[in-house]
Write a protein that binds this ligand. Structure first.
Ligand SMILES: [Fe+2]
Ligand SMILES: [Fe+2]
Length: 294
């Protein structure tokens, strides 16, 4: 193994040891019977409507109620994202290209499975539900290795975005301790997934892309940029606005569309996705057209 491949192998071996240690030291989460009505469950600045007229019109209790449902949506997105991730990783376990990393992928899978118990446990206990999955996956043909690259690049994008939320909320002393702890634990595990994922994406891209047509190579960054936008759209969930009493169910989709399109929300997304875009750019996986627009 050379270059990114040998570094990847060394990092995966090291991360396996850290994961074994972390699993041995893990303690169960403590679940309170109820969450107090006045608990903050999402940092106000990370709420999708923050800074918009709908937010300004809410009183303090209304803002906390919206933040609770935004937290349920954030945890729901993690559940759906992790389920797709687990399916994809399970399918790839011991595949020829990835067999060398199977030892680490088992830990990756075990950790994602545990994360789903945290996110699912919170949503079921305190909201009595999770929101439906709205993601549409359109089947398409792939060049050799392209499917794996796109899968792991999408995992990385999703984890980078989520991790920015996790890191901020783990430190936010306004939040309920359980919410902070779930964010803290998730960030801790995701740091390892991100270290591995970035090297794996680099390895797959370097190994496979040279054999692809110019058109296939050019389409990959555009596809990933579209995936990032699609992921962001799920942060503006009409069901959240209806549950929080901000909009009647029939009007909630319009609230979501208008919030997503607003300048305030666009600027917030640009700030939150900075790290994600930087990583994609460093890997040569960010579209040149968007470089010029930035
Ligand atoms: Fe996770
Ligand atoms: Fe992860």
């Amino acid at each position: 193994m050379r270059g990114a491949g040998s570094e990847l192998h060394a990092v995966a071996t090291f991360l396996t040891d850290v994961s074994v240690q972390a699993a041995a030291e893990a303690t169960p989460l403590v679940w309170p019977e109820h969450l107090p009505d006045d608990a903050w469950c999402m940092s106000p600045e990370l709420v999708s409507l923050h800074g918009l007229p709908a937010w300004d019109a809410l009183d303090e209790a209304g803002r906390r109620r919206l933040a609770f449902f935004e937290c349920v949506n954030f945890f729901t997105l993690n559940i759906h994202g992790e389920r797709a991730l687990m399916e994809g990783i399970a399918r790839r376990l011991y595949a020829k290209d990835l067999a060398d990393h199977a030892h680490y992928l088992h830990h990756f899978l075990a950790e994602e499975n545990q994360h789903m118990t945290w996110f699912g446990g919170f949503c079921r206990r305190y909201a009595g539900k999770i929101y439906p999955d709205r993601k549409l996956v359109l089947p398409r043909e792939h060049a050799p290795g392209e499917d794996d690259l796109l899968f792991f690049a999408k995992v990385m994008i999703f984890e980078l975005l989520v991790d920015t939320f996790n890191r901020r909320m783990a430190k936010d002393e306004r939040l309920h301790p359980l919410v902070r702890e779930i964010n803290r634990r998730h960030h801790e595990d995701e740091s390892r997934h991100l270290a591995f994922g970035r090297l794996l994406v680099e390895d797959l891209w370097r190994r496979h892309a040279p054999a692809w047509s110019e058109a296939t190579r050019a389409a990959v960054p555009a596809y990933l940029a579209a995936y990032l936008t699609a992921t962001w759209k799920e942060y503006y969930n009409p069901d959240v606005y209806a549950d929080a009493g901000i909009a009647a169910p029939g009007a909630a989709a319009r609230v979501a569309r208008e919030a997503f399109a607003s300048e305030v929300a666009r600027a917030r997304r640009a700030e939150i996705e900075t790290r994600c875009v930087r990583v994609l750019r460093d890997l040569g996986l960010w579209p040149i057209s968007q470089e010029q627009a930035a």
